[in-house]
Design a protein around this ligand. Structure first.
Ligand code: 5GP
Length: 120
């Protein structure tokens, strides 16, 4: 499967669709999910074109992978839900069975309340 340049997150990255930004740097963009499943529900996406975690891990540079993970830590600190504070959960849906809706790699960050069961 090739990357769909018209997916919603690609449009957000191009500025064609607005987002409520949390954080941005050279490598990533983080913004609030429009349909939050928990009190805090934020997405973190790489700026380059990757379909999912597999694609990202196979094709991204080591620098991009490190920066992506560091951005997650940065965002949870900004939101005051880091491991030293209330804690949080990260999740990435991959493919059909994983329930991925938007084919641009992303991590969900949930927090601000008890997240509950790992999988329902
Ligand atoms: P997935 O199921 O692909 O892991 O998650 C996609 C997420 O993107 C969903 O939680 C959905 O609510 C969110 N989403 C879909 N369209 C938009 C949008 O236009 N803006 C924002 N901020 N989030 C969106």
């Amino acid at each position: 499967m090739s990357y769909d340049k018209n997916n919603i997150f690609a449009k957000i990255l191009r500025g064609e669709i607005p987002c409520k930004k949390v954080y941005e740097n050279e490598y990533v963009l983080s913004f609030y999910d429009t349909n939050p499943k928990k009190k805090i529900h934020v997405l973190v996406i790489p700026k380059n074109e990757y379909i999912d975690l597999d694609d990202f891990t196979n094709k991204a540079s080591d620098k991009e992978i490190v920066e992506f993970n560091k951005a997650i830590l940065h965002v949870v600190k900004m939101l005051k839900i880091s491991s030293h504070e209330r804690g949080y959960r990260v999740l990435s849906n991959i493919g059909k069975d994983g329930g991925q809706e938007v084919p641009h790699f992303h991590y969900h960050i949930f927090g601000g309340e008890q997240i509950g069961k790992m999988v329902v």
